[in-house]
Design a protein around this ligand. Structure first.
Ligand code: C2E
Ligand code: MG
Ligand code: MG
Ligand code: MG
Length: 285
């Protein structure tokens, strides 16, 4: 990046930064119409029980099929949607689609045990006054039990959260919705603070599982995860691990007592039919 070296030098443009800014601007202005035109879609990634390997549910992950740029991941547009406020209607759409999908899985599954659905919430949705009512309405309209829904909130969104911010989450938790603390371990939250939060699941960030790619794993990583799991369990929290890419990782994490896992080792995020197949194979052995 060029910097002015004093005097009357020209600022040299950084063409890459300019291109990024132009794309960002273009994407931002295209977002509202994209929602109206139905350019967003959701992929589902299975959540697998580490004890018996069964599929217990899935996390909904939104994508944008952009007419010029192709499929864009959430990291490209969620921050823009948060900035403009579009995240509220977009998030509501994701919740509605995901709840409908979970209901459809349950119907096709019969007695195979209910598949649960995890949906990510951004901090702006947390502070939006309609969150609880919207969620209640969607669950009712689609006919899904509150117990089958888990809302994921990042650790950083809840750092220093006051009671006003936690109130809607408490209401949802009282209804039976699980609240998961996503990307746990990347923020700086005080562990004792966990007791104050209406959270029932810790999702351990992928950075922890990365240290377990090799066998034997990094002993320090093992100790840290072991400590977190025992703390979580003593607080009655279940532990889900993200980013499991190898069988060795899965095995280590199972031994360490983690409850549920998610990652490419089991399946990449994919279309809803894929989850149905995985769960069905699993249910019929
Ligand atoms: P997240 O909630 O932590 O989701 C997990 C991310 O890890 C996903 O990235 C997933 O595709 C990726 N992943 C899963 N397994 C593996 C693995 O084994 N290895 C590696 N390297 N990666 C793996 P994705 O889909 O790009 O989503 C990124 C983030 O975008 C999510 O992180 C979540 O914070 C956010 N996001 C996604 N959908 C939504 C949404 O509907 N609303 C909001 N507010 N945020 C969303
Ligand atoms: Mg998540
Ligand atoms: Mg996560
Ligand atoms: Mg993560």
């Amino acid at each position: 990046r060029a910097k002015s070296a004093g005097g009357n030098r020209f600022e040299l443009a950084d063409p890459e930064a300019d291109a990024r800014a132009i794309t960002r601007h273009g994407l931002t202005t295209a977002l509202p119409a994209a929602l109206d035109r139905g350019e967003f879609f959701i992929e589902y990634q299975p959540l697998v029980h580490l004890g018996d390997g069964s599929v217990r549910g899935a996390e909904a992950l939104v994508r944008w099929l952009h007419p010029q740029h192709g499929v864009l991941g959430p990291d490209r547009f969620i921050p823009l949607a948060e900035h403009t406020g579009l995240i509220v209607p977009l998030g509501r759409w994701v919740l509605e689609q995901s709840v409908r999908q979970a209901r459809a899985w349950q119907e096709r599954h019969g007695g195979a045990g209910p598949l649960r659905i995890n949906v990510n919430l951004s901090p702006c949705q947390l502070t939006h006054p309609g969150l609880v009512q919207d969620t209640v309405d969607i669950l009712e309209r689609e006919g899904l039990d509150a117990d089958a829904l888990c809302l994921e909130v990042t650790e950083s969104a809840l750092i220093g959260a006051d009671d006003d911010l936690l109130k809607p989450l408490r209401r949802l938790a009282e209804m039976g919705v699980d609240i998961a603390l996503d990307d746990f371990g990347t923020g700086y939250s005080n562990l004792a603070n966990l007791r104050r939060l209406p959270v029932s699941i810790l999702k351990l960030d992928r950075s922890f599982t990365q240290g377990m790619q090799q066998f034997p794993a990094d002993p320090v990583d093992l100790k840290i995860v072991e400590g977190i799991v025992s703390l979580a369990h003593s607080l009655d929290l279940a532990v889900t691990v993200e980013g499991v890419e190898t069988g060795a990782q899965a095995e280590q994490l199972r031994i360490l007592g983690c409850d549920t896992a998610q990652g490419w080792y089991y399946a990449r995020p994919g279309p809803p039919e894929r989850l149905h197949e995985l769960a069905l194979v699993d249910a019929t052995g």
